[in-house]
Design a protein around this ligand. Structure first.
Ligand SMILES: NC(=O)c1ccc[n+]([C@@H]2O[C@H](COP(=O)([O-])OP(=O)(O)OC[C@H]3O[C@@H](n4cnc5c(N)ncnc54)[C@H](OP(=O)(O)O)[C@@H]3O)[C@@H](O)[C@H]2O)c1
Length: 268
């Protein structure tokens, strides 16, 4: 058995595992011999991804069609998972409302918080005790470079991603001596269906979902945070350590507004 499967198997749960970065995580995990619980709302793409992974990676895959922004649904997901030993959770599903905060529907803001923050925290809260009891396992929070500072035109999204960075750091510190690895991954732009739908052009330093997922899986157990891609690492370093906070907000806001085709948005 693959060493990874001994440490993080026999089952992994990937939230938002039907496409984009989540599907790339699922593939990286499956090729290391770990079975998968894949969660997303739409059943058809879920079943397509599940069928491909079963065929190409010879693992068991259980698709779970569920809206993780709904609190009651999280309980259903957990009960489907409960007969299996889950050694790895990838909290990847997210909603990214863009544009002026005041123009967003209140329900969009609430759903972003419910999905990006609440669902991620509750999945970790549910699965961590058993992992800690066994003295092994892992949680991956998918955050973003956008979580390193507030981003105008992505206000709610960047705030939820900052929540994951803080949560991931704290849980890494709480669990590192218990044998459980907690990692937060902060990608820059990644060419996924979700990104292509939202963005009008590719951002500089765009990485592939495969590169992000592979980098994160390799980094699991080696620290609390990883930024995939050299340009993104430089950007994160420069914005956090070199630029004044005010400049970081303006630079990141301008880059995001350009990528989203919202160049008319007032910047900090
Ligand atoms: N792409 C980027 O440039 C980029 C950059 C930095 C960070 N990230 C982060 O990477 C993660 C994945 O993004 P992506 O670009 O791969 O997105 P994506 O292509 O839109 O895929 C999102 C996945 O999440 C599922 N999902 C969405 N809402 C859900 C809900 N309410 N309940 C359950 N599943 C849900 C989607 O399936 P259904 O629609 O069927 O539910 C899909 O499987 C997110 O956390 C995002 O913030 C992305």
């Amino acid at each position: 058995m693959h060493q990874f499967a001994r440490r993080y198997g026999p089952w992994a749960l990937v939230a938002g595992g039907s496409q984009g970065l989540g599907a790339a995580f699922a593939d990286e995990i499956a090729r290391r011999g770990v079975n998968l619980l894949l969660v997303a709302r739409r059943l058809e793409p879920l079943e397509e991804t599940a069928a491909r992974l079963r065929r190409e990676r010879a693992v068991e895959v259980v698709p779970i069609a569920a809206d993780l922004a709904d609190l009651a649904t999280i309980d259903q997901v957990v009960s489907v998972a409960s007969p299996r030993q889950v050694g790895l959770v990838v909290a990847n599903a997210a909603l990214a409302p863009s544009g002026r905060f005041l123009d967003a529907e209140a329900s969009q803001v609430a759903s972003a918080v419910d999905l990006n923050c609440r669902a991620s925290a509750l999945l970790a809260h549910h699965f961590l005790p058993a992992m800690a009891g066994r003295g092994q396992g892992g949680i991956v929070f998918v955050s973003s470079l956008a979580g390193l500072q507030g981003v105008p035109a992505l206000a709610a999204y960047s705030a939820t991603k900052a929540f994951l960075i803080a949560l991931g750091e704290a849980l890494w510190a709480e669990h590192r001596h218990l044998g459980v690895d907690v990692l937060t991954v902060c990608p820059g732009a990644v060419s996924t269906p979700g990104y292509q739908l939202a963005a009008s052009r590719d951002a500089p330093g765009s990485t592939s979902p495969q590169e992000v997922a592979a980098t994160a899986i390799e980094a699991l157990g080696h620290g609390f945070r990883v930024v995939p891609g050299r340009l993104n690492q430089f950007t994160a370093f420069a914005l956090q350590r070199l630029a004044p906070r005010r400049a970081a907000i303006a630079i990141f806001g301008r880059a995001s507004a350009t990528a989203l085709g919202k160049d008319d948005h007032p910047q900090a």
